[in-house]
Design a protein around this ligand. Structure first.
Ligand code: FE2
Length: 360
């Protein structure tokens, strides 16, 4: 039951004298409270197990378990209910002990009902405020959690929409060239397989997914006659092709992508030995996911028929990767890709894009 939804506060009154119990009950019920009474602490503990009370008013001297014992029990069970003790004259030592143990207040018998009411009202109001604060905090936490999830979904939807658009652009770019058709999509698929084999986190895999789809986006800015040229490229043309990682970075900079994604695009033609482009970065200076895409990108490029060199079969492509471990490719990533290709049956999907000769 939601405590706050219950508009009437319930008070537990414990006293071994029936007249006192009844008098307090009648008085407080007239003032809008619900009152349940108990003749001793044993009966009271049973009631505490099944009801939610806003306040306990208990005589300090009870048969069996005393009011102080009850206070200790409440503390022990971490029951958060204020307790007002009714004491007789000469119980001051007990009162001090009660305060030390967390009693809310005490009233001395015989007491004036109006004075008792002030103490009762203060305790109940304070308790209600406490519950409302807890409820508000819980509600707030729930709201923050809900809004965060909604924002994450909205962001992912936006990202997916953006990626969808980019895919169309990339597909259009690649479709105009039968030699590169589907390249970025295949690089995406193999990269994810390799990333999973390497045990990367879901966030790294997400970055990799975006980066691998986009890795050649800079080719949009390259002259199509060079991009689709039949025959080998001359030095000038090759120099222009080599600008595509920088062009890609430049295109995506206004979108404020995660820097890791930009690094994949900008560094996917760097070589492990520092002989790559555009920056000639070496080894670990090249971003890990970029090194991963380099391997997969090279594999797919070797598997694809290009106008300026012969088709290589998958096995030959793998041999080529093996030969270039430590020079062109990160040896660990390269070895894992070869292992993935050779041992994991699911990676035979890799070949589904090609016929048995390794051709599309
Ligand atoms: Fe590229």
């Amino acid at each position: 039951m939601n405590i706050i939804d219950n508009k009437i506060d319930t008070i537990l009154v414990i006293d071994d004298e029936k007249d006192i119990r009844t008098a307090i009950k009648d008085y407080l019920e007239l003032r809008g409270y619900r009152v349940i009474t108990a003749k001793d602490a044993i009966e009271a503990t049973k009631l505490l197990d099944r009801e939610v009370f806003s306040l306990i008013i208990s005589d300090i001297c009870l048969q069996g378990m005393s009011g102080l014992d009850l206070l200790h029990l409440i503390k022990e069970k971490e029951i958060d209910i204020p307790l007002i003790l009714m004491t007789g004259y000469g119980d001051m030592e007990k009162v001090m002990d009660a305060f030390k143990n967390g009693a809310y207040d005490f009233i001395t018998k015989p007491f004036d009902m109006n004075e008792m009411f002030i103490s009762v009202k203060n305790a109940v109001d304070k308790q209600r405020l406490k519950w409302e604060n807890i409820q508000y905090r819980l509600h707030l936490e729930e709201m923050v959690k809900k809004r965060t999830t909604q924002l994450k979904i909205a962001y992912k939807n936006l990202e997916d929409m953006f990626l969808g658009t980019v895919r169309i652009v990339i597909n259009t770019l690649e479709a105009s060239d039968r030699y590169t058709k589907g390249h970025s999509e295949r690089v995406r698929q193999y990269s994810i397989k390799l990333a999973k084999k390497l045990g990367l986190t879901s966030q790294e895999i997400r970055n990799l997914e975006i980066g691998s789809i986009l890795h050649d986006i800079g080719k949009i800015g390259i002259d199509k006659t060079i991009l689709h040229k039949n025959g080998p490229l001359n030095n000038d043309e090759y120099a222009i092709i080599k600008t595509h990682p920088s062009v890609g970075k430049h295109i995506l900079e206004p979108i404020e992508f995660d820097e890791k994604i930009i690094n994949i695009i900008y560094q996917h033609h760097e070589r492990y030995d520092g002989q790559g482009y555009p920056s000639g970065l070496k080894r670990d200076d090249i971003f890990f996911l970029a090194r991963l895409v380099t391997v997969v990108d090279a594999f797919d490029a070797m598997m694809s028929t290009r106008p300026y060199r012969n088709q290589l079969l998958a096995e030959k492509a793998i041999i080529e990767i093996d030969k270039n471990l430590g020079t062109q490719f990160d040896p660990e990533i390269g070895k894992n890709f070869i292992k993935l290709f050779n041992t994991d049956h699911s990676t035979m999907d890799i070949l589904k894009h090609y016929n048995k000769d390794g051709k599309f």
